[in-house]
Unconditional design. Structure first.
Length: 149
């Protein structure tokens, strides 16, 4: 993925304002890293996909006819890490989440394909749970820490 610095900086701003980065554990201990940007503008989501790849999904708003449909764009796994590394210098609000996600992913012991549904060792699970707990703390709602430049 090669993009110019203006596109990287713009997209970092979108992730800071409209996005989320999270870690979770599934299937007996498999670590999942995901980043998503959600918006009501389909054209923006298509622009993101065209420039960076990833997936775009649509959620219809059936509850209230006045609400617009939501569009979500994002990545998981290795693609998420590569993307986060490319925009890391431009992030402000979600810089700590991006750094933690990259660290957790880069330091994990990948689960072999044939063993994905087998439980991981207690030690590996504890390490992954620690990363997930830290990410939950960073994503918790509340006062935002002072900006550090």
């Amino acid at each position: 993925m090669v993009a110019d610095t203006t596109k990287l900086a713009y997209t970092a701003g979108l992730l800071d304002g409209e996005g989320t980065i999270y870690l979770r554990i599934v299937d007996g201990g498999t670590l999942v890293l995901r980043l998503t940007i959600v918006n009501t503008n389909e054209l923006l989501m298509q622009w993101l996909q065209l420039n960076f790849g990833g997936n775009v999904t649509r959620s219809r708003s059936d509850k209230n006819p006045k609400h617009k449909d939501l569009w979500a764009w994002g990545f998981s796994g290795n693609a998420a890490v590569d993307f986060l590394k490319s925009i890391l210098p431009y992030l402000v609000i979600k810089k700590a989440q991006a750094q933690l996600g990259v660290e957790a992913w880069d330091n994990r012991q990948p689960t072999p394909r044939g063993e994905r549904l087998k439980p991981v060792s207690a030690e590996v699970l504890a390490e992954r749970a620690g990363f997930v707990e830290l990410m939950h703390g960073l994503n918790r709602k509340g006062p935002v820490p002072a900006c550090q430049s």
